[in-house]
Ligand binder design. Structure first.
Ligand SMILES: C[S@@+](CC[C@H](N)C(=O)[O-])C[C@H]1O[C@@H](n2cnc3c(N)ncnc32)[C@H](O)[C@@H]1O
Length: 281
């Protein structure tokens, strides 16, 4: 059954097939929670469907290929995974994405609501008790090169098309680096950092003055959104309580405050967010 309202579309089906209908570079954020392939329980579709880890990773690679195709160049992706599979999923994603963080989601739940943590016999453990999950955060890589960014390439193209040297553009913007005179323009083109909104406005004014480039895209179309502050989780360790049991709860339901945190910090208002494994929806 499908559902649609003014802010969301929900489609029932095999998401690998449905993904193929999504146009290239049309999604700003992929925020998704695939089957973990680590549980023996049969209550989550595709958690026990793969005979081997390799089969699971081959399947996930098909998704990774689609995610890369549909994401905007300044988009972001979060992939939830178990700690057991995280390293291999991270390597798989690195074929097409720059992995920017390997977030550890800890679950500081009250006693009685923290799974087996309090109940089990600690002395019988044969490894560290697994009480966290991983969330891989990444951006689409530019031509598979970790040292390049799509914005850096875009800036270099418009600058060279306008016949402006890096020094000239730096002078026009007044954005000198602390170390070398080529300064910020050089760093932006190299993908080391990004201009502020104000600096980007000055870049646009400078480029348009030369008259060869007639139009510059808005900031939101070229710069990957990322906004945190000291009032929210800004490190790669996230403390969000799990969803407490209730009748009909999905076994892998993710807490809404954690999803809100991810979306608010890495999208612009009105952006399109995609989840291929909605579960509870
Ligand atoms: C880890 S759970 C996600 C739970 C979800 N984040 C939530 O908060 O409820 C993975 C979900 O993906 C679904 N799933 C597995 N294979 C799928 C496929 N090929 N297409 C669509 N959904 C699939 C499973 O049914 C399960 O609900």
């Amino acid at each position: 059954m499908n559902f649609e309202n003014s802010s969301a579309v929900l489609l029932a089906g095999d998401s690998l097939e449905l993904l193929k209908q999504i146009p290239d570079h049309s999604i700003s954020l992929v925020l998704t929670d695939p089957p973990y392939h680590t549980t023996k329980k049969k209550n989550i579709t595709n958690d026990t469907a793969f005979e081997s880890d390799e089969d699971f990773l081959t399947w996930l690679d098909l998704y990774s290929n689609e995610w890369y195709r549909i994401l905007r160049p300044n988009g972001s992706i979060y992939v939830y995974c178990s700690s057991a599979m995280a390293a291999r999923i991270e390597i798989l994603l690195m074929k097409r994405f720059n992995v920017l963080a390997h977030i550890v989601w800890t679950k500081p739940n009250d006693p009685g609501f923290d799974g087996w943590k309090q109940k089990m016999k600690k002395e019988s453990l044969r490894q560290w008790y697994d009480h966290s999950e991983r969330i891989i955060f990444a951006e689409p890589s530019y031509e598979g090169n970790l040292n390049k960014s799509s914005f850096g390439n875009f800036l270099k193209n418009v600058r060279l098309t306008s016949n402006i040297s890096g020094h000239q553009l730096t002078e026009l913007i007044g954005a000198y680096g602390k170390v070398n005179h080529g300064g910020s323009v050089h760093n932006w083109e190299a993908g080391r950092n990004i201009p502020s909104r104000d600096q980007y406005k000055k870049i646009c004014e400078a480029i348009l003055t030369f008259g060869i480039i007639k139009e510059m895209p808005p900031y939101e179309d070229v710069i990957r959104p990322f906004e945190v502050n000291s009032m929210v989780e800004f490190t790669d360790v996230w403390n969000f309580c799990s969803v407490r049991p209730y009748d009909g709860k999905h076994p892998a339901e993710k807490p809404i405050d954690m999803l809100e945190h991810s979306i608010l910090s890495t999208t612009y208002e009105g952006d399109i967010v995609l989840d291929c494994f909605a579960g509870s929806g």
